[in-house]
Design a protein around this ligand. Structure first.
Ligand code: HEM
Ligand code: HEM
Length: 285
């Protein structure tokens, strides 16, 4: 199907994917090469699960989940399929986030470091709680078949806004966490002396900001929104319908005058599509 400015979309999508992958490589190199590695021992190697799982889950997977409806090659998939992918990616991200919080709380308790004293931890925990709420509400409103259409439609602007708000808060929280960790962790030389680790991890923070910026841009272009089932149906029948006035027929009676000479195929496609549309109409929001 057609998308306006498809090339521009593709460039931004590939950039987001690349910046996301590089961020994951950076955080892995940080914890394995500059830091203590990974373990579950109550020490610093256990803390390291915290940034790693946050970057993979809360930033990368959530970012992809947010724009997954906008990939034009998925527009032929049913809305239900795409909802399951969108929800599934967000659930996977949430599981990784929970493990990452267990790691940092467990580390603090083992080391007798106080809990929840920093702005980072306040904004971060708030984002996690709102994310859990968004997840449960999303499932109840958009996946439970009994939820009436007007409820789905009324809550959609809230769902989109809160999703983008939570995602932005997560990027901000990550930047605060990175800054704290560099100040706490670099002793000799210190952060202000710009050792290689400081420069490397500053770059990670810049990459995370760019990733966030790309996802927010892609997710807010009106032209790139997944078309409604109604729009998809119209686009589909345009393919099969002669230009208006070509032979006086309407969309309902085109098979006799189909200029593509593929009446059989066209009919079958239209009928096949009809069943999907009946289903889609019920779950279209
Ligand atoms: C601590 C959440 C990302 C570094 C914490 C705590 C929470 C939290 C709730 C408090 C743990 C406690 O009180 O025992 C989050 C969330 C993130 C995130 C939701 C999502 C973006 C990061 C990143 C780093 C980081 C990317 C980078 C290393 C730290 C550090 C602490 C910490 C150093 C211990 C000091 C403190 O409590 O502020 N995080 N974090 N965080 N986090 Fe994060
Ligand atoms: C759309 C975020 C969970 C159903 C969106 C959008 C965002 C978002 C930002 C706008 C996407 C766009 O305009 O292309 C989130 C976040 C979630 C979450 C952060 C998890 C915490 C869910 C769940 C469902 C769901 C569990 C249940 C199926 C939908 C639907 C749309 C949507 C139906 C509309 C897609 C369209 O434009 O056609 N979500 N969402 N979301 N979300 Fe979620």
């Amino acid at each position: 199907l057609l998308m306006k400015n498809f090339k521009q979309f593709l460039v931004l999508f590939v950039s987001a994917l690349s910046v996301g992958f590089v961020s994951i490589v950076f955080v892995i190199r940080w914890v394995l090469y500059f830091k203590e590695g990974l373990a579950w021992d109550g020490g610093l190697a256990e803390f390291n699960w915290h940034p790693l799982l946050i970057v993979i889950g809360f930033i990368f997977l959530q970012g992809i989940a947010i724009i997954v409806y906008r990939l034009p090659w998925t527009w032929k998939c049913s809305k239900l399929t795409m909802k399951c992918i969108h929800a599934g990616l967000n659930i996977l991200a949430f599981i990784l986030v929970v493990v990452s919080l267990v790691a940092v709380f467990d580390f603090h308790n083992a080391q007798n470091i106080p809990n929840m004293y920093s702005l980072h931890s306040w904004v971060g925990l708030a984002a996690v709680i709102l994310y859990a709420l968004q997840l449960v509400l999303g499932l109840a409103v958009y996946l439970v078949p009994a939820t009436p259409g007007f409820v789905r439609a009324a809550l959609m602007p809230v769902h989109v806004y809160s999703g983008l708000f939570i995602f932005s808060s997560v990027i901000a929280t990550a930047l605060m966490g990175i800054t704290e960790k560099l100040i706490f962790g670099l002793k000799d030389p210190k952060y202000k002396d710009s050792p290689p680790e400081a420069v490397f991890v500053n770059v990670l923070g810049v990459l995370l900001s760019i990733f966030g910026g790309l996802i927010l841009w892609i997710a807010t272009r009106p032209d790139w929104k997944r078309p409604s089932d109604n729009q998809l149906r119209l686009a589909h029948s345009d393919d099969l319908t002669p230009a208006p006035g070509a032979n006086g027929s309407t969309a309902m009676t085109t098979s006799a005058g189909d200029p593509t000479g593929q009446e059989g195929g066209g009919e079958a496609r239209r009928r096949g599509g009809g069943k999907a549309e009946d289903t889609a109409a019920r779950i279209s929001i």
